[in-house]
Design a protein around this ligand. Structure first.
Ligand code: K7E
Ligand code: RUQ
Ligand code: CUA
Length: 625
């Protein structure tokens, strides 16, 4: 309405003047942004190609048998998983299935992980973007990793004792949970940043009335994974990051126009970084100032309501140039830096000032010119920001205090830039999301690899490029290219000393009763139900033969009784789609209906010893009559 429009904060920021070169590139930018990423003409004037470690100073190799310094947790995009790599070797150490079934680890095959996927909505895939490791006192505590599902609007938790997904929350009123991050310093809440706008609830009402759609920020309790509250905002949101002190949470966004087509969404020159006042939201929830939708308290954080709150709006709308994408808070907590995406600048927001200024825009204290298509920013702990430029295909290193001193639009704060290959999305530096990044390594997660690797058909790998950034005189040194299966978005890099994975299963964590040797049993519960408790060890299962009747519902609970680390067994039953992976001391359960008479050789799929191929049992399914 006109009344609402009148209440919108003014949008008269100093307008950055676009030069002719930028204007032409901006044309190319729109093409690349909409998927026609054929920016070879832009890339053609890249200077040289300093690939490989030869040009880099220092030795960042990791010899065979040696361990890496860091864990890198990379999202797997629409594979639905998390990949664990060692840094600086970039060796892939493990994959953690999150939103998809995965047979090597038996995820989604045993009863427990199947229930996690089922209770999480029952979808067969997800789109992981932002893996964030839990923190205590603004430092990694190595307990959990949280990651969003952009596809189906979910948040998952990975238990870093077992490197295994242990919870998935299907977030109501939200179709694309995009940004994922937490309230700091102690992971008090996990935030899911809603991107797509939909009717709330999305039950068929208002289907063609975009004005009635909404998008929400969702706060989740990290222990219970229950949704605590949501805040509805104007426009949609994109990425997010928490302030270091726990009061503010920042989300970028686009589509303040609230359009439904690309043209409608990109019309405005300005969009908003939303600053959520977390204590004020709690106050509103506790005062009952919310509407319950789909069983969740939804607080009104739209511009209109925020302005009506008078002295304490729960969301401040900070207008920034064109569709800001990434936002991240500096390690010292002083600034939230948003990347312009369709504008060549980054916007530096003074975190403390947000609470003090009347007009949220007055909290903007710097707006350096970075390059074309700035997307995401990481930190080295020495006052430098590193921003990816999607269109220019660069990592740009700049000094954020210098940006506060400089005129808006100045390029002076930039201290170094380095080509990447090609079209980077996120980048991540060692412990960049904490208060104390190490400032030694940085990975640029590049969306296109084009010609960097042997061709493997029309779907190319991505290219994750590792830089050494520890020597400010040497600047950014490219150390390594790592081809990556589609498609990592974001990552967290955690020092190895902060992660303590279990070597075998810990009885304190058992959900099912362990079956020791001598405790095995086959029990017929009734006419059509059989329960089998058994174990596995080198090189046999508890029973050489198991006989059931056609039509029986068979439950197998099986423990791997090995105590030696790395001796993994499994039980696979051909043609019954049964496949359980069993780490040492682990117990898993599966239920299937024995509806096909015949002989089925249950076998172990992990090569566990010289007699591994002999590790087999017969499942005999006797015909009904
Ligand atoms: Cu830029 Cu989901 Cu962080 Cu992808 S988002 S790149
Ligand atoms: S067998 S060792 Cu097919 Cu060679 Cu597995
Ligand atoms: Cu157990 Cu192979």
């Amino acid at each position: 309405t006109d009344a609402t429009a009148a209440k919108r904060p003014s949008l008269d920021l100093p307008r950055l003047e676009l030069g002719r070169r930028d204007f032409m590139k901006a044309g190319a930018a729109v093409g690349a942004m909409s998927g026609l990423a054929g920016c070879t003409s832009i890339l053609a004037d890249d200077e040289g190609d300093d690939s490989g470690g030869a040009a880099a100073s220092g030795d960042h190799s990791v010899a065979p048998g040696e361990h890496d310094e860091y864990y890198g947790f990379l999202s797997g995009g629409h594979t639905g998983e998390i990949r664990v790599v060692g840094i600086p070797s970039m060796r892939e150490l493990m994959r953690i299935p999150v939103f998809q079934t995965e047979s090597a680890r038996g995820f989604g095959h045993d009863a427990k992980s199947s229930a996690i996927l089922e209770e999480g909505g029952g979808y067969t895939w997800g789109d992981t973007h932002h893996p964030r490791v839990s923190q205590t006192d603004n430092d990694y505590d190595g307990r959990w990793l949280f990651v969003n599902d952009k596809a189906n609007g979910r948040m998952a938790r990975v238990d870093l004792k077992y490197f295994e997904t242990d919870a998935i929350t299907n977030v109501p009123n939200s179709q694309a949970v995009h940004g994922a991050c937490m309230q700091l310093p102690d992971t008090q809440l996990v935030f899911g940043v809603g991107e797509f706008r939909v009717p709330m609830p999305n039950d068929g009402r208002d289907v063609d009335d975009p004005d009635a759609y909404g998008s929400v920020l969702t706060a989740i309790d990290p222990e219970t994974m229950d949704v605590e509250w949501q805040v509805e905002v104007d426009g949609n949101m994109d990425n997010g990051d928490g302030g270091k002190e726990g009061r503010w949470f920042f989300a970028t966004g686009y589509n303040s126009e609230e359009g439904v087509t690309e043209g409608e969404m990109a019309r405005s020159d300005r969009d908003y970084v939303k600053a959520f006042d977390i204590p004020a939201i709690w106050d509103a929830v506790e005062a009952g100032e919310y509407e319950e939708i789909s069983g969740v308290p939804v607080v009104d954080g739209t511009m209109e309501s925020s302005l009506n709150e008078g002295d304490r709006p729960i969301v401040r709308y900070v207008a920034t140039p064109k569709s800001p994408h990434g936002v991240s808070v500096t390690p010292n907590g002083d600034y939230a830096i948003a990347s312009g995406k369709l504008d060549p600048s980054c916007t530096v927001i003074d975190v403390e000032a947000i609470a003090e200024v009347d007009d949220p825009q007055d909290a903007i204290v710097g707006q350096p010119r970075i390059g074309m298509g700035p997307l995401h920013t990481a930190y080295d702990g020495r006052g430098h920001a590193y921003t990816t430029t999607f269109i220019d295909s660069e990592v740009v290193k700049w000094d954020y205090e210098a940006a506060v001193e400089a005129e808006a639009g100045s390029e002076e704060p930039v201290v170094d830039r380095h080509d990447v290959h090609y079209n980077p999305g996120h980048l991540i530096a060692s412990e960049s999301y904490t208060a104390s990044p190490q400032g030694d390594y940085l990975i640029s997660l590049n969306k296109l690899s084009k010609d960097r690797f042997l061709p493997v058909g029309p779907i190319h790998p991505e290219n994750d490029q590792l830089f050494h950034i520890g020597d400010d005189d040497a600047g950014l040194e490219l150390i390594k290219d790592k081809p990556s299966y589609p498609e990592p978005h974001d990552a967290s890099i955690v020092h190895k000393d902060k992660i303590e994975p279990a070597k075998t299963w810990d009885p304190a964590d058992y959900e099912l009763d362990y079956v020791a040797e001598g405790e095995e049993s086959i029990e017929r519960i009734d006419d059509s139900t059989v329960e089998i408790e058994m174990w596995a060890r080198r090189n046999q299962y508890a029973f050489p033969d198991v006989t059931v009747q056609e039509g029986d519902e068979v439950t197998i609970r099986i423990s791997n009784v090995e105590t030696t680390s790395d001796v993994i067994h499994s039980i696979a039953i051909p043609e019954y789609d049964v496949n359980l992976a069993l780490a040492p001391q682990d117990t898993r359960e599966v239920t299937f209906t024995a509806d096909q008479p015949g002989v089925y050789w249950a076998y172990c799929a992990y090569f566990c010893s010289a007699l591994h191929l002999e590790m087999r049992s017969r499942i005999l399914v006797e015909p009904q009559d």
